[in-house]
Design a protein. Structure first.
Length: 292
């Protein structure tokens, strides 16, 4: 992306963020053309930087300090991403936004979800949970559809948002214990009342039948959104279909592994191995729908 040494260093910083924090996503990005891969890395670094600020703030940081930083980023985006040399992402993102025709309003949506995490209130319903998932992940799908220059943008953005939301619901299923440690519960109140997932079981980290059923219901909704999301693959440029399919199927495989152990979310974090991801990529490489 040009010969400017500062630009190259900013890109290296963004690539380092994606490699360190997103194994499945980073693996899928390997199959993108280099220019697109670099742009994806910059956009991903933006999201990851803010997400980590909320989930893993530096020691001694107060919530109001985090909120102030989020407000600063929001103001910067609302102002049209003016030149700002304070961080590699702020230096690299404006050029990607301009060249790819990304919408600052789409990028700002995630801030609404991150503020909700700062003032966490357990979702009352699945609809409320899905609204949160759209804010923090479905909106990322909107940005990716534009970045990848999908055809039929209205439909492509809708399916990409479904895919992003499916991935966030997968995170919620996988990370129940991790979220509890942060004082957060994302399993909806009405769902838990229906399945018998009581607060005591969650507090004591007991994989009761009620907890397992609640997680299974959320996982089933994630699977429905994955199915909706992958219908948008043919709308992507040919070179982008395979990497997005790899990302989607790699993430969906987390749900398969969770189901294989009866949706017990308290027996260690579920993940996929690099070997599994390569095997999955090999299977997808022959899929006709990705080549047509």
């Amino acid at each position: 992306m040009g010969a400017d040494p500062g630009r190259r260093q900013d890109l290296r910083s963004c690539r380092g963020i994606i490699r360190a924090h997103a194994r499945s996503f980073s693996f899928a990005a390997l199959f993108l053309p280099s220019q697109v891969r670099d742009d994806v890395a910059v956009v991903y670094a933006f999201y990851r930087l803010l997400d980590d600020l909320v989930d893993e703030p530096p020691p001694g940081t107060h919530p109001e300090d985090v909120r102030a930083v989020l407000d600063d980023w929001d103001g910067w985006l609302a102002a049209g991403l003016p030149a700002d040399g304070s961080h590699p992402v702020r230096r690299a993102l404006p050029e990607v936004v301009e060249r790819r025709g990304l919408r600052a309003g789409d990028l700002r949506v995630v801030l609404r979800g991150l503020r909700a995490d700062l003032d966490h209130h357990r979702p009352a319903t699945m609809a409320e949970l899905e609204g949160y998932c759209f804010d923090v992940a479905g909106s990322v799908g909107l940005v990716m559809a534009d970045l990848l220059r999908a055809r039929e943008p209205v439909r492509a953005r809708a399916t990409a948002a479904a895919l992003g939301s499916a991935m966030q619901l997968t995170n919620i299923c996988r990370d129940v214990e991790e979220d509890l440690a942060r004082g957060r519960v994302y399993l909806p109140v009405d769902l838990c009342a229906l399945t018998g997932c009581d607060d005591a079981a969650l507090t004591l980290r007991r994989p009761t039948q009620g907890v397992r059923l609640a997680v299974a219901v959320v996982a089933r909704r994630a699977a429905e959104l994955y199915a909706e999301g992958v219908t948008g693959l043919p709308l992507l440029p040919r070179e982008a279909r395979f990497p997005v399919a790899v990302a989607a199927h790699s993430y969906a495989a987390i749900l398969d592994r969770l189901a294989a152990r009866g949706h017990d979310v308290f027996s260690g974090r579920v993940s996929t191995t690099r070997r599994h991801r390569w095997a999955l990529a090999a299977r997808l490489a022959a899929a006709r729908t990705l080549r047509s």
